[in-house]
Design a protein around this ligand. Structure first.
Ligand SMILES: Nc1ncnc2c1ncn2[C@@H]1O[C@H](COP(=O)(O)OP(=O)(O)OP(=O)(O)O)[C@@H](O)[C@H]1O
Ligand SMILES: [Mg+2]
Length: 332
């Protein structure tokens, strides 16, 4: 989809006088996107994640033909999007800046009629398409209300309905779930999954690692304009697991004095935290993943006549991968 794409912005602004004098532009540049390659296939949900200022929105806007790359190639469904932005746009549905992309003084339906005309949807098709996207986004019953009376979630759905009007192959969604409640997020995820089943190709940006994990087939973590990790969420987590130590939360009720028990635990793990709550002893252990934890715990607690009450082994999450990949992350 995009290859070696970069974008540099000039910082600050030129005064009117500098412009009139045609003074040379001496502003410094900030490289927002620094040679990113991405390939997204149909029937795929691809996640672009990264800290604030990483270059996600800039990347999306370049693919959306709203911003011209300084360098590199953008291709949408075989169309060179830099040379032929109009043609590329026919394949694109874009949701950027969520609720701001609808007209508040128009009703939901009027918004869609307006955009259908703008996108050159064949006139005979318009009513059918509008009904379809309204139904798809669950907006039929509020279609004739002003958009300014919509909730954030409804405006977000209206933006998505708008993006679907042209029946695009590629959907670009910049933070589609920001501002949505958990149920709306789940519903949006289901809709996105349905779009994938229908053969769409979806590129979505998010800060939410749980979301990326649940929603995306593949993710690219970008930091300071570069891809620092990419792959399926499972593969990224597995790769991190190799050099990470497991974290285990443990509580047990010691039979007698707990000093020896603690030193026996220290034989195979580092005790990161220890606290006593009534007769229960809580510990957070860090240990290398190769330690076969459960048999050793059982053995130690038997030896000291302690009762194991809870053992929680924390799994590696995509959030851990994100934090490891974007150390001191971001620019801001
Ligand atoms: N029009 C612009 N002019 C100058 N600098 C810009 C412009 N747009 C973005 N930038 C800069 O480019 C960098 C990347 O911004 P971008 O919006 O792509 O980040 P992001 O990953 O979307 O961040 P966030 O998670 O906060 O939305 C930032 O340093 C930003 O200040
Ligand atoms: Mg952004």
């Amino acid at each position: 989809m995009i290859a070696g794409v970069s974008k540099a912005f000039r910082q600050g602004r030129r005064t009117l006088e500098q412009r009139l004098r045609r003074a040379p532009d001496t502003r410094s540049e900030v490289v927002a996107v620094d040679g990113i390659d991405l390939e997204v296939s149909t029937r795929e949900v691809f996640g672009l994640v990264g800290p604030n200022g990483a270059g996600k929105s800039t990347t999306v806007r370049m693919i959306a033909t709203l911003l011209e790359p300084t360098r590199g190639k953008v291709e949408v469904c075989g169309v060179d999007a830099v040379a032929h932005p109009q043609r590329a746009r026919r394949h694109l549905g874009v949701v950027i800046g969520g609720e701001r992309s609808v007209y508040w003084k128009l009703t939901g339906r009027e918004n869609l009629e307006y955009f259908a005309a703008l996108y050159h949807v064949p006139r005979r098709e318009v009513p059918r398409r509008i009904e379809r996207v309204l139904a798809e986004m669950n907006l039929l019953d509020r279609a004739d209300d002003y958009a300014e009376r919509y909730s954030t979630g409804m405006r977000q759905r209206l933006s998505l309905a708008r993006a679907l009007l042209q029946e695009p192959t590629v959907l670009l969604l910049d933070e589609p779930t920001s501002g949505l409640d958990p149920r709306s997020v789940t519903q949006l995820h289901e809709r996105i999954a349905r779009l994938r089943e229908n053969g769409h190709c979806v590129l979505v940006t998010t800060h939410n690692m749980d979301e990326a994990d649940r929603l995306c087939d593949r993710v690219a973590i970008i930091d300071r304009g570069r891809v620092v990790r990419s792959g399926t969420p499972g593969a990224l987590k597995a790769a991190l697991q190799v050099d990470r130590r497991a974290i285990v939360r443990l509580s047990l009720r010691p039979g007698g004095a707990d000093d020896n028990l603690v030193s026996d635990v220290e034989d195979f793990a580092t005790i990161a935290e220890k606290s006593i709550d009534g007769s229960d002893l809580h510990m957070v252990l860090h240990l290398p993943l190769e330690v076969d934890l459960l048999p050793r715990l059982v053995e130690v607690s038997k030896r000291h006549e302690a009762v194991l009450r809870t053992v929680e082994i924390e799994p590696v999450t995509l959030r851990d991968v994100f934090l490891a990949a974007t150390e001191n992350g971001g620019r801001e």
